[in-house]
Design a binder for this molecule. Structure first.
Ligand SMILES: Nc1ncnc2c1ncn2[C@@H]1O[C@H](COP(=O)(O)OP(=O)(O)O)[C@@H](O)[C@H]1O
Ligand SMILES: [Mg+2]
Length: 601
């Protein structure tokens, strides 16, 4: 068995549990009744050819071979019609009853994948392609539905029907008949599987190119502004078109395979029908069989061939679905690089002291980012981190949130190592205003309220006032219902920062982390916000990463980071007296400010 087949079987097996949903007992009767409908539909279906034969024979004056009923031609015809209708009705009923079960499975799997994606670590999400992933989930979950429905209600029943009909034909006619019928079907199935197998690689290529084209399109549209800045529309079009061309090529090959398959299938059935009908025709001439028998074999073979025609399609789709699902399950098999310790308790803060103890960290092994970082922020105090861009300031913030684990050293909150508690309880205690704020594509009110989904409008307005954005929002025609656009792009950098501050205030965390949270604001607004923040963070442990030193002169302690190392540490006053790195930065910034005046962005 190839790898794909093995994982395919595993996928089917893992789906089986959804056929009998244990946790949703109310769905179980639906499974039973849809199976019942299936049996009834099949049973009625097998009588249809006999009723047709009986009708024809009674019309042509032959004796009717249904010993238990003596019927007139008209009632036979009526029964024939009724049987056909009944078979369809029960077929539809079966699908209608089962859809709940299949949809339940689809929903559960989609939800599992989605929450798994949220559990994966930041490093996975920084290197993913959102468009590609959403398509994988989309196709994968549709595949679940398909496989469940068709494996249960198509493949199995059709195989049973084949055996049943072969038996009936053997009983009613003779061995040669059943051999031809079975042989035709067998060759049909074998050829279908063979050609389908061969076609799979085109389908895979199609999927791959489609995903790629989609990722490219989405990424390109997300970067709309960048594309315009560089006038690179043509470049983007070419890139997208190259993907589309490969998709086009793959789908042409795929269609060629499909047409070939359909032709081969038609030829096999045609030849089989011809052979078996010639035999019957000879039997009718020699009065061994009736005209009804001639129609009977024809109807049987056609009735078998119809779902089989479907079987080819179903097999193809199931294999495709397995490919799609495999992709999705692959995602589920990516393990988070940061995970909760087994039976980790919730974080329960006795105090909010933050301690970094000999922390060493690198994103990639080749390049150390933080080197032996040590600091302590006592409960209720404010620590400021300053240093050139790229020195590792934001990395410190990410480590506190445990987006990554340091290679060595301990980070603790209130005396507890953050590795020993659950990540979600840890993050519940922390409030972060990140360097680059990205907003949800919803209203301003929604984005502020995100800090605490239970908060009411009054609370939202209170924090908006503290973050100096209430006034701005009131000026908007739709006020708090204003849409912010994808990633919040309809707001200016400063407005986004204020929304981010407001929603963090709403969360009311025990520890604040501000990562250059006011860097995009003009100095007047910045001062106003600083006032509010100082008030709010008076007794709350706060870590401020700052670009402009004027905002942190009051911090209880300042650390200066350079190339991932703490090079200076102390209060503003201490560091000025020291007259080294910090003092130099300070006088440089003061000079700049005098030259350019207050910044207005
Ligand atoms: N996910 C990442 N993978 C690899 N390198 C990263 C990643 N994130 C940041 N870096 C690198 O780590 C260094 C420190 O980044 P950062 O902490 O954001 O600096 P800053 O002091 O400007 O906030 C930078 O050189 C940056 O390129
Ligand atoms: Mg940074």
């Amino acid at each position: 068995m190839s790898n794909l087949e093995r994982s395919g079987w595993q996928t089917i097996k893992s789906l089986a549990k959804y056929l009998w949903p244990k946790d949703r007992k109310e769905l179980q009767p639906f499974v039973v009744f849809s199976l019942l409908s299936l049996v009834i539909a099949k049973a009625v279906n097998v009588t249809v050819p006999f009723l047709l034969k009986a009708s024809i024979d009674s019309l042509s004056g032959s004796k009717i071979e249904l010993p238990f009923i003596v019927l007139l031609p008209a009632s036979l015809v009526i029964s024939y019609g009724a049987a056909r209708i009944l078979a369809s009705i029960f077929g539809e009923l079966r699908d209608f009853l089962f859809i709940r079960v299949a949809q339940n499975a689809q929903r559960k799997i989609a939800l599992e994948t989605f929450s798994h994606l949220h559990n994966l670590s930041l490093d996975f999400h920084l290197s993913r392609q959102t468009g590609g992933i959403s398509r994988v989930i989309d196709r994968g979950t549709k595949g679940v539905n398909f496989v469940l429905t068709f494996a249960t209600f198509n493949i199995l029943p059709t195989l049973i029907e084949i055996i049943l009909v072969t038996g009936i034909v053997y009983y009613h006619f003779n061995f040669t008949f059943s051999l031809i019928m079975f042989g035709t079907i067998f060759i049909y199935i074998a050829l279908t599987l063979f050609v389908t197998e061969w076609r799979m690689k085109f389908r895979k290529a199609m999927n791959k190119e489609e995903t790629e084209a989609n990722s490219k399109a989405i990424d390109s549209l997300l970067n709309y502004e960048t594309v315009k800045y560089f006038s690179n529309e043509q470049h983007e079009k070419d890139r997208y078109d190259r993907s589309l061309q490969r998709y086009e090529q793959a789908s042409i090959q795929s269609q060629f395979g499909l047409s070939l398959l359909n032709t081969v299938q038609a030829a096999v059935i045609g030849l089989g029908l011809m052979a078996i009908m010639m035999l019957t025709a000879a039997g009718v001439e020699s009065h061994q069989y009736t005209v009804g028998d001639f129609v009977l074999v024809n109807t049987f073979l056609i009735q078998l061939y119809l779902p089989l025609n479907f079987l080819g399609f179903v097999y193809r789709e199931i294999k495709n679905s397995l490919v799609d699902m495999e992709k999705m399950f692959e995602l589920q098999n990516v393990f988070p690089s940061v995970s909760d310790a087994a039976n980790a308790p919730e974080m329960n803060l006795l105090n909010t002291e933050v301690v970094f103890q000999n922390v060493n960290f690198s994103y990639q092994p080749e390049r150390a980012i933080l080197k032996n970082v040590n600091f302590k922020v006592p409960s209720g105090k404010t620590l400021a981190i300053v240093g050139p861009s790229g020195s590792g300031k934001s990395t410190i913030a990410r480590l506190i949130f445990r987006f990554y684990d340091p290679q060595s050293g301990i980070i603790s909150l209130g005396g507890v190592s953050i590795k020993d508690v659950t990540q979600s309880s840890l993050r519940l205690k922390l409030g972060m205003v990140p360097q680059d704020t990205v907003l949800f594509n919803d209203t301003i009110g929604y984005n502020i309220g995100y800090g605490n989904p239970k908060a009411g409008q009054a609370d939202i307005e209170r924090v908006a006032k503290l973050a100096q954005i209430h006034h701005f929002i009131e000026l908007l025609p739709l006020k708090y219902n204003t849409q912010v656009g994808e990633r919040g792009l309809k707001l200016s950098g400063g407005e986004k920062q204020r929304v981010a501050i407001a929603r963090t205030l709403l969360k009311n965390p025990s520890i604040f982390v501000f990562d250059e949270a006011t860097s995009a604001l003009d100095s007047h607004t910045e001062k106003e916000i600083q006032k509010s923040l100082k008030e709010i963070s008076k007794n709350v442990t706060t870590i401020v990463i700052a670009h402009r030193l004027s905002t942190i002169v009051d911090a209880d302690e300042i650390i200066v980071l350079k190339n991932g190392e703490i090079v200076e540490q102390g209060t503003h006053h201490d560091l000025i007296l020291r007259d080294q790195v910090y003092a130099e930065l300070w006088s440089k910034q003061k000079l700049e400010q005098e030259e350019t005046g207050p910044r207005h962005l």
